[in-house]
Ligand binder design. Structure first.
Ligand SMILES: Nc1ncnc2c1ncn2[C@@H]1O[C@H](COP(=O)(O)OP(=O)(O)OP(=O)(O)O)[C@@H](O)[C@H]1O
Ligand SMILES: [Mg+2]
Length: 227
């Protein structure tokens, strides 16, 4: 089944991946000539069975890994949200953690405060600014990680199974929050998931299979195909 051609998207893509290949030192071919485009200002999802190459692709996009062949092009600043938020929250309190990503920018204390408050408001976490990060639920930690990317003015958000540890209510809250960030702030998001109900909130989806994009396009068609 082919869903829709991506040529319908005439705007310049925020993420462009062409013929990406990555073979691990043990010989595992994680990506084989993988190509995709995520249009600017849209919320796209990436699905595929365990081991199909989703996390490898995201790690290549962030620059944590380099491809053996192929091209990656993206426009703007990229933020990354890991599956386990404990792996990326580094400061003792919520506010300090969101501010941590701003240390390399030449900002005044007041500018930092404004950026942190704006980012925390965007994910409905402003009232928890002084809370210890150890006293947060999994969903709240994911939202803090997203607030960190907003504070840094990221244009692109990559999220690797951000709802894997969340209950259905927190899952819904997070997916709708990212949907509204894309709509209201013009961000572009690529969200990895195994949960088909999340496709309802996306503008499009890719199905990865053995390191290649097997299908792409309309999320509802993809959902029906997979159910
Ligand atoms: N560090 C590594 N060394 C060797 N092989 C690896 C390494 N990391 C991943 N792989 C292999 O690369 C392939 C793709 O892995 P990847 O983690 O990208 O899959 P995934 O689609 O994210 O799976 P999941 O749904 O389980 O998270 C798998 O075959 C995996 O075993
Ligand atoms: Mg993975």
């Amino acid at each position: 089944m082919k869903l829709t051609s991506q040529s319908i998207h005439t705007t310049h893509p925020a993420i462009l991946v062409e013929d990406l290949c990555l073979t691990w030192p043990n010989g595992t071919q994680a990506l084989r000539s993988c190509s995709l485009k995520v249009p600017k200002g849209e919320f796209w999802m990436l699905l595929g069975t365990n081991g199909s190459g989703k996390s490898t692709l995201l790690r290549l996009l962030t620059g944590l890994l380099s491809p053996q062949t192929g091209k990656i092009h993206f426009e703007g600043r990229m933020g990354f949200v890991f599956q386990n938020p404990d792996h990326q929250l580094v400061m003792p309190t919520v506010g300090a953690d969101v501010a941590f990503g701003l240390v390399e920018e030449r900002l005044s204390q007041l500018q930092i405060r404004h950026r942190v408050e704006d980012a925390l408001s965007a994910v409905n976490m402003l009232d928890l600014q002084r809370r210890s990060i150890y006293a947060l639920s999994g969903g709240q930690k994911q939202r803090i990680a997203i607030a960190g990317a907003i504070a840094r003015n990221c244009d692109i958000l990559l999220l690797d199974e951000p709802t894997a540890l969340l209950d259905p209510d927190s899952q819904l809250e997070l997916v709708t929050q990212v949907q509204s960030l894309v709509k209201n702030r013009g961000m572009t998001a690529l969200w990895v998931t195994h949960r088909l109900n999340e496709l309802d909130y996306s503008d499009g989806a890719f199905l990865l299979d053995q390191g290649q994009v097997l299908d792409r396009g309309n999320p509802q068609l993809l959902k029906r195909h997979l159910m």
